[in-house]
Write a protein that binds this ligand. Sequence first.
Ligand SMILES: Cc1ncc(COP(=O)(O)O)c(C=O)c1O
Length: 382
Amino acid sequence: MKLFDVYPLNNITITKALGSHVWDENGTKYLDMYGGHAVISIGHTHPHWVKSIEEQLEKIAFYSNSVIIPLQKQLADKLGKVSDKEDYQLFLCNSGAEANENALKLASFHNGKKKVIAFSKSFHGRTSLAVAVTDNPSIVAPINETENVIFLPFNDEIALKACFEKHATDISSVIIEGIQGVGGIIEANDSFLQLIRCLCNQYNAVFIADSVQCGYGRSGLFFAHDHAGVNADIYSMAKGMGNGFPIGGILIAPYIKPKYGLLGTTFGGNQLACAAALAVLEVIEQDNLIANAASVGNYLQEELKKITALQNVRGKGLMIGFDVPEPLKDLKKTLLTDFKVFTGEAKPNVIRLLPSLALTKAQVDEFLTAIKAAIENLTPQP
Ligand SMILES: Cc1ncc(COP(=O)(O)O)c(C=O)c1O
C-alpha cells in the first residue's frame, strides 16, 4: 500500500533523540530548533517522561471514560497549579484541532449563539470548525465552508469594536492565538487581548485562547495570552502538553457549566496519555522550564537581533521568528543540510524557532555559530 502523499518531506530518517538533539540512521547529529513543530516541550526522550510512560504501560494503557481514571484528576490538579488557573475545569482530548473544535462547540452550547470572530493569518487546525476559523481558503473543503465565521484583521481594535456593534446579539465566541504560529510569529497586542476580554464580557461572548502552539510555557508564561494580564474563558492546548505523546485539552472557566452529552471522546484522557502529560508538567515545574524559556529565549532573540542580515526578529520566550531576505532564501535548507540544524518556517519567508523549553544557552550559542556561518556561505564574497 502507498502512503497518501500529504507532506513535502526532508530526506532524513530520525532514529534517536535526546534533549534538544536528534540523530539520523547514519548517526549524524542534528540540533533541533524546531521541536518537531513546537511539540517537544521538556526535551526528547526525557528520562522522567520515558519512565512514567513505561511504568504506566505495565499497569494499564487504556480504559474508556466509563470508569474513574484518577490520573485525570492528578493531571487537572497539576495543570491548575502550573498554569495558575486552578478554578478552571479540564476536558481532555487528543489533538489541537480537536481542542479547538470542542472549544467552539462548547461556547455555542453555552450561549446558544452561532457566529465566531477569527483573525487574518490564523491557524486553528483542520477539522470542520477549526478549519472554518482558519484563514487559509486553500485548506477549507467546500463542506467546511460556513457563513458563521467573520474574519477581521489581526490587532485591529476599530474593526473588532465595529463588528461586535454590528452583530451585537450573534457573536458566540472570539478565537485568537496569543502569538500566531503558522501565520509567521505575529504577537497579539496586549491592548487587543484586553479589548477582546472587555467586549466578550459586554456581549456575552466566549473568549477562546488558542494556546496549542504558543501555550504550555513556550512564551515565558504558561499561556501567551497571560502577557496581557487578562483571562480567557477557554484555553485550547495540545503540542507541548505530551512532549510528543498525543494529547490535547481545553481549560474551561468555572462559569461554563458541564452537562452530560455536551462533549465526549473515546481516547481522550486515557491512562497512558495522562501519565505522559503529568510527567511533562512535573518536569516543567521541577526544572523551572517556563523561566528557562523566558531567559534563554530572550538571550537568543537579543543575539539574533545583532545579525543584520535577519529582519524583524520577534516573538516571546522560545517562540521566535524572523524574516529572511531574498538573497538568503535557502537559509533554512542550508542550516539543515550543511549545518545539521532543524528550524521551522512560515510562508513566504519566515524562519520559526520552536525548540524545547529546556534549550540551554550553550545550545543557543551552537545555533548562533551555525546560522552566522550559513549566512556567510550564502552571501557572495566580493
Ligand atoms: C495555533 C494552532 N492551533 C491548532 C493547531 C492544530 O493542532 P493539531 O495539528 O494537533 O490538530 C495548530 C497546529 O499547528 C496550531 O498551531
